[in-house]
Design a binder for this molecule. Structure first.
Ligand SMILES: Cc1cc2nc3c(=O)[nH]c(=O)nc-3n(C[C@H](O)[C@H](O)[C@H](O)COP(=O)(O)OP(=O)(O)OC[C@H]3O[C@@H](n4cnc5c(N)ncnc54)[C@H](O)[C@@H]3O)c2cc1C
Length: 260
């Protein structure tokens, strides 16, 4: 039986690449087209079904009524990876996803090879985990830039705070429009490989908690860096669960999930 034959299982939404461009030397923007419903359901955080680059006929899973992914039996050539829709325009049927070309893994390989007409499946979506606050602390690496861009874009004009973004060098900086009271600080790790720098954690450790304000911290980067920052914010800043969201976006030396 295939997912298509199973009762109560719907086909996944499949988006089609309409254009590809390079935002920075290592960030590739893929613009995908789909129905308004599929685009609306493709973010802000999106679980993508990434076909193998050399597989022209991926066997897509289906989605059960309870949201479970129902995989076809046997090899299917599809990997599950989480990404962020940098922009969604359901009315136009367009969604943009920025992929870091980190040189390894099915999603980075797919993005590096993506051409108009290529297909990408959508298995589900979830919120970014942020919430509006008078003072925001945002901290992330290049994988978090799309999410930080969305959070800054949605922040009220009176929002205060700082966004710390670790990238390789100045060529990796992007335009991130922010409220006047939020400073965007780019941290350059230079020749240190991604996931091996303490730059982001050190930058957070150098910040004092702003006194007596409505505060929210949002952190996403390599898992070990996030663990350090989370412990710092919970300990030194005394942030409770409702005041922060800190999540590892990738793990050094490990794939995010098995490939199909
Ligand atoms: C909620 C969420 C949202 C995300 N949004 C984005 C996004 O918008 N854009 C984006 O580019 N990424 C994003 N990520 C991160 C992305 O899912 C991971 O980088 C993922 O590992 C990429 O899959 P892959 O198949 O390319 O590599 P994998 O198969 O997962 O890993 C293969 C190897 O590559 C290494 N690796 C993975 N990512 C990186 C990296 N960034 N730099 C260096 N080495 C790496 C791993 O350590 C492993 O050794 C997000 C993650 C989460 C959880």
């Amino acid at each position: 039986m295939t997912p298509d034959d199973a009762p109560d299982v719907r086909p996944v939404d499949v988006l089609t690449v309409s254009s590809v461009s390079d935002v920075t030397p290592t960030v590739r923007r893929v613009v995908l087209a789909g129905t308004p419903e599929a685009v609306a359901a493709a973010g802000p955080t999106v679980v993508l079904l990434v076909p193998r680059v050399d597989d022209p006929a991926p066997r897509w899973p289906g989605i059960a009524r309870d949201g479970r992914i129902v995989w076809p039996v046997g090899t299917h050539g599809v990997s599950l990876r989480s990404y962020t829709a940098r922009r969604q325009h359901p009315a136009d049927g367009v969604v943009e996803i920025d992929f870091v070309l980190h040189g390894d893994g099915p999603a980075a390989a797919w993005a590096a090879a993506a051409r108009p007409g290529a297909l990408l499946g959508v298995a589900g979506c979830s919120p970014l985990g942020d919430r509006p606050a008078r003072h925001l602390l945002l901290a992330g690496d290049e994988t978090a830039v799309p999410a930080i861009g969305r959070i800054l874009g949605a922040a009220g004009p009176d929002t205060q705070g700082v966004a710390l973004v670790e990238v390789a060098d100045a060529a990796e900086e992007q335009q991130l429009p922010a409220p006047a009271g939020v400073a965007v600080r780019w941290l350059h790790r230079g020749g240190t490989p991604p996931g091996e720098s303490t730059l982001l954690a050190d930058a957070v450790a150098a910040l004092d908690r702003p006194p007596g304000v409505d505060l929210f911290a949002w952190v996403a980067a390599e898992s070990a860096a996030v663990r350090t920052i989370r412990a710092d914010l919970r300990g030194r800043w005394g942030l409770g669960r409702a005041q922060h969201h800190a999540i590892g976006y990738w793990r050094r030396g490990r794939a995010m999930s098995p490939s199909g």
